[in-house]
Structure formats: structure tokens, C-alpha cells
Design a protein around this ligand. Structure first.
Ligand code: BEZ
Length: 260
């Protein structure tokens, strides 16, 4: 039985290394074409990119002529966004500081990082001008199901509850529709879309980039052992015959409007 250091597990939450993300997470922005199209950013509009990360999509939205503000809670990612000469705000998505100043709030692959969705949706509602739109894509029901089950099993032998540490939120169409409506939005379109996603660095790099909170507090040797065991468990389900790794992503994509 392995154990984690009691002090260091206290702040076991996901954090980012912009350089590592640039190597292993570039696909996140590259696969966002549909949600960007759904936003239909117009020249001169003021748009909030919530959970902007390193700003790859913020930059793409600005290229359409919109005035875009990138917002994130991670210093390393915000520094990478600022290096693209983007306007950025450091804030937690559960306590957004904006008041009726955006025509649209956009978000890609960020909303699922918290379970406090009411606080997020209330903050987005406050941030929008009357009639403003909220367009987003996030993990939906069944997202990374195989990865979650494997990680929960392997982390348990290190005394870690992977699900509790990851604290992800992957809702169904019905439950998110109800949440949006309960928080003052009119849903125009919403869909759950399976999207198996090729992992350029394989499963090991994905786990080390996107599941840092689960590995937090373990020695390097134990981290390697946990990752290796998880990769072995997942190989029959998510590794192709040619060796390529795929993540079992399922996207929830929607466009909603503030009820006038
Ligand atoms: C996602 O985009 O669905 C996701 C990414 C990393 C960890 C969990 C989910």
C-alpha cells in the first residue's frame, strides 16, 4: 500500500504547465471548430472567453474582428495568453467579476472543471448584456468513462480517490438544459456528441497533463507506477491496433440566450 503526504494532498487540484499543455493539449483548441462556428462572433462584439487557457482560441476569435477578453484561473496559462498580446483577466469561473459587459460568453473545454455550476452560470448571467448569448462546449455524460474507471481503480491502491480529486462535471443534455433554464437562459440548441480523440503523446502524457490532481503528492516513482498501471488497463479499450491512443471524449455543445 502506498500513501500520499497528508500536507501536500490538501491543495491537490488541477494546475497547468503551459509548455506541457502546448505539447500534449494543442488538440483541444484545434478540435473546437464547431463551437467557434456556433458562436458566430461578429465584428465589434465584446466577447468573454471563459477558461481561455493559453489563449489559442481567444486569438482565433479576435481574428474575426471581435474584442475578446480571456479569463482563466491559472497563472501559467494566463502568462502564455498574455504573450499572444491578448487582454486577460485572472478570475475563478465560480466568482466572475463582470457586470453586463459582454455580447457573448464563449467557453471551450473548461466548464467541466468545477461542480459548482450554479455559481458559474450566475456569474455568466451577470457578465452578459440583456439578450446576450452563451455558447460553449464541455465534457458531457460518458466523457472519458473508460479513463475514469481505470484511474479510479489504480489510484485506490495508492489511497487516492481519483474521482474526488478530479472533481469533474460531465452532465447529460437533460440535466444541463434544466440547469441553464433554472439560471435564466433560453436554450436554442444543445447536443451530446461522442468524439474519440487521438492523443498525440499517448495515454501516459494525457494522464500527466490532465490528471495532475490525482498524481499530486506521490513520489515520482509512485506516479510512474500509477500511470503505467492505468495505461496497461486502458490499452485493450483505447489503443488502436497500430498503437495509436484515443481518448473516449464526449462533448456537450450548446447555444443559449439570456431570457429577456
Ligand atoms: C475534456 O476536455 O473533456 C477533459 C479534458 C481533460 C480532463 C477531463 C476532461
Amino acid at each position: 500500500m502506498h500513501s500520499t503526504d497528508g500536507n501536500s494532498t490538501k491543495d491537490a487540484r488541477q494546475h497547468w504547465d503551459a509548455a506541457q499543455y502546448a505539447t500534449n493539449g494543442r488538440f483541444v483548441a484545434e478540435l473546437a471548430t464547431e463551437v467557434v462556428t456556433l458562436l458566430k462572433a461578429k465584428q465589434g462584439e465584446r466577447i468573454l472567453d471563459l477558461g481561455c487557457g493559453d489563449g489559442a482560441l481567444t486569438e482565433a476569435l479576435r481574428a474575426n474582428g471581435a474584442e475578446v477578453v480571456g479569463c482563466d484561473n491559472d497563472s501559467s496559462m494566463l502568462a502564455a495568453a498574455a504573450a499572444r498580446n491578448l487582454y486577460t483577466v485572472h478570475a475563478d469561473m465560480t466568482s466572475l467579476p463582470f457586470q453586463q459587459e459582454f455580447d457573448a460568453v464563449f467557453s471551450n473545454a473548461a466548464l467541466h472543471w468545477t461542480r459548482n455550476q450554479t455559481a458559474v452560470l450566475q456569474g455568466i448571467r451577470r457578465s452578459l448584456r440583456p439578450g446576450g448569448r452563451f455558447v460553449a462546449e464541455m465534457g458531457g455524460l460518458g466523457n472519458i468513462a473508460a479513463i475514469r474507471v481505470a484511474l479510479q481503480a489504480t489510484a485506490a491502491s495508492f489511497g487516492i480517490d481519483a474521482e474526488e480529486r478530479a472533481a469533474s462535471f460531465f452532465p447529460s443534455v437533460q440535466s444541463y438544459l434544466e440547469l441553464l433554464e433554472a439560471n435564466g437562459f433560453l436554450v436554442e440548441t444543445i447536443a451530446l456528441l461522442p468524439r474519440p480523440t487521438r492523443l498525440p503523446g499517448g495515454m501516459s502524457d494525457w494522464l500527466r497533463t490532465f490528471r495532475k490532481a490525482v498524481l499530486h503528492g506521490l513520489s515520482e516513482k509512485d506516479q510512474q507506477s500509477l500511470v503505467d498501471r492505468t495505461v496497461r488497463l486502458l490499452s485493450p479499450a483505447l489503443q488502436d491496433v497500430d498503437g495509436t491512443w484515443w481518448a473516449d471524449y464526449v462533448r456537450l455543445r450548446f447555444r443559449a440566450r439570456l431570457v429577456p
